[in-house]
Design a protein around this ligand. Structure first.
Ligand SMILES: [Zn+2]
Ligand SMILES: [Zn+2]
Length: 77
């Protein structure tokens, strides 16, 4: 058992923990998506949760490929 975090295997934040493995790279911020991190795959792009948390609903929808439109009354001609 580790003498710093008293866990086996080490807690991820323990200084004795091994370097986390980058599984993917976030295509929005470029940060590594580490083993155990949550992410979303959209259109073959990997987005980390930090980016998703910082997005507005509109940005999120646009990232997913939805177009946010403005409703307008069709006044006809
Ligand atoms: Zn440890
Ligand atoms: Zn990101």
């Amino acid at each position: 058992m580790c003498s710093v975090c008293l866990q086996m295997p080490c807690h991820p934040r323990c200084p004795n923990a091994p370097e986390p493995v980058e599984v993917y790279n976030c295509s929005n911020c470029g940060e590594g998506i580490l083993d155990g991190d949550e992410y979303v795959e959209i259109d073959g792009k990997y987005i980390c949760m930090d980016c998703l948390d910082n997005m507005t609903t509109k940005e999120l929808l646009e990232t997913c490929g939805y177009e946010v439109e403005t409703a307008e009354v069709d006044c006809g001609w």
